[in-house]
Design a protein around this ligand. Structure first.
Ligand code: NAD
Length: 454
């Protein structure tokens, strides 16, 4: 597994860091993707202090400053000459009229070039759909600002817009921690909503290092690629992982489960009796499950005119129908515990569409539909459902793409490189965190701000 991932390394990125590459790349005007800072236990959250600013009348200043300080972040409220910032955080909730959007310019213009390598920019607003008139217009406008900043930032720095519903200020902590840390290395240009499906009681984890302690998590398709990485990150965060995959992947599956001290469950999720078998397994062995990640997925690519009926059915069944059947069973039999989490794995193809992927994109857009439809239902008993939409991630799935298309896929994003399975896994772990109880109904792309599509 490790050896295979090594083989799939981004050779071009390695070349740009070599002596010859360092000489040639700037001379030829070639892209030079940054080495992204990634999470290590015990690491400082940011590489430098955070500069905090607010438009007059903002409601987040007090809570956010406390939350950042609790996370071990040094917070400055005035710019300092010659300072490189680990992050810029701006509370834009005070902007209630489009005229006040110039507050964005006033805060960011003098300091935007001082964001350090793998630095973070966060804009905090009010969900536009929860306000009216000019405030709604002004808050919606924040999206254009943040998405453009993402395209301008260099050296692996990222930007996100977090809409915090009134009353959800405290509930935004896990989200701020995730987006400011190296765990969100490949999440860029995203819009996240906290608290729009109602604001439940949000527990603070006893340990931010082991937020999933005592939780049982099911991860499908866990024998390799993104699924194996999700299983590893969940185990690192303290969960007992039930790693599921098809019997043909049994050996790899056991290796993953053994490595993380979890359980291996061989099951084809498309089998007619799979929901029943899964529900009884989870009930009998663990008296239920706290977190379900629907990661198993397949592709059968052909343009629509060449696509067989079998290829259409196989993709729609694994990537969507089987997940809906499992959810229905786990909810009906109350196997998913109170405050449970369901997490889907969509795809950029499900948002933007892709040539040769009518079946796959339909299934992955359906995953977004599943999130939209189920979020209010899960909120009724303190649960959440969210999805990630990965862009180009370095796995066996993307290693199979022809060389030139693969190279284009890697470079055509603001971060100019593919992501790693762990980048998707960290995002899923943020959704799974008990402290993310007010993060419901979101679809977050893990795509380095892919430049193609929607
Ligand atoms: P992968 O092919 O390496 O792993 C998928 C796993 O799912 C495999 O182990 C496979 O055996 C398992 N699986 C397939 N059918 C199953 C079934 N019927 N029952 C149980 N398990 C089954 O793929 P990956 O690249 O790790 O992708 C994981 C998920 O991420 C998929 O849903 C994929 O669509 C999605 N995704 C991947 C990328 C990417 O760039 N790699 C991009 C967007 C979305």
């Amino acid at each position: 597994m490790r050896r295979k991932e090594g083989l799939m390394a981004d050779r071009y990125q390695q070349f740009t860091k070599s002596p010859v590459g360092k000489f040639l790349v700037p001379k030829l005007g070639l892209p030079s993707p940054a080495v992204l800072r990634r999470y290590q236990p015990g690491q400082a959250p940011l590489d430098g202090p955070a500069l905090f600013g607010a438009a007059p009348g903002g409601r987040l200043e007090k809570t956010v400053k406390i939350q950042l300080a609790d996370a071990g972040i040094d917070v400055l409220t005035e710019p300092v000459d010659d300072q490189r910032y680990g992050a810029l955080v701006f509370d834009a909730t005070g902007i209630t009229d489009p005229k006040q959007l110039r507050e964005l310019y006033l805060f960011f213009h003098p300091v935007i070039r001082k964001v350090g390598a793998s630095g973070r920019v966060l804009v905090l607003g009010t969900p536009p759909e929860l306000v009216e008139g000019r405030e709604r217009i002004a808050q919606r406008a924040l999206e254009g600002f943040t998405r453009s900043v993402g395209k301008e930032l260099k050296r692996g720095a990222t930007v996100q817009l977090v809409y915090v519903a009134p009353g959800a200020e405290e509930a935004a902590e896990s989200t701020l921690r995730f987006l400011l840390s190296a765990k969100s290395a490949f999440v860029d240009g995203q819009v996240v909503r906290v608290g729009t499906e109602g604001i439940p009681e949000v527990p603070r984890p006893e340990s931010w290092e082991k937020p999933l302690a005592g939780k049982v998590a099911l991860v499908t398709g866990a024998s390799r690629g993104i699924g194996a990485s999700i299983a590893e990150v969940f185990a690192r965060d303290g969960a007992h992982v039930v790693a599921l995959d098809i019997p043909a992947q049994g050996a790899d599956l056991s290796a993953v489960a053994n490595r993380i001290g979890g359980s291996a469950l061989q099951l084809d999720i498309t089998a007619a009796d799979a929901p029943e078998k899964l529900a009884s397994y989870l009930k009998e062995r663990h008296d239920g499950v706290d977190i379900v990640v629907h990661n198993a997925g397949i592709t059968r690519d052909k343009t629509l005119g060449n696509l067989t009926e079998g290829a259409w059915d196989a993709v729609l069944t694994v990537n969507l129908a089987a997940q809906l059947a499992v959810n229905d069973k786990l909810l009906a039999d109350k196997v998913l515990r109170k405050n449970g989490r369901i997490i889907g794995v969509s795809s950029m193809a499900g948002i933007a569409g892709n040539v040769g992927q009518t079946n796959y994109a339909t299934s992955k857009a359906g995953v977004i539909g599943m999130v939209n439809d189920s979020a209010p239902k899960l909120a009724e008993y303190g649960g959440t459902i969210n999805a990630v939409a990965p862009g180009f991630i370095e796995t066996q799935m993307t290693a199979a793409i022809p060389l030139f298309i693969r190279e284009a896929g890697r470079r055509l994003s603001s971060l100019g490189q593919g992501g790693l399975p762990v980048d998707v896994a960290e995002t899923i772990a943020w959704f799974a965190n008990p402290a993310s109880a007010a993060v419901n109904g979101n679809v977050v792309r893990v795509c380095g701000q892919a430049l193609l599509g929607a």
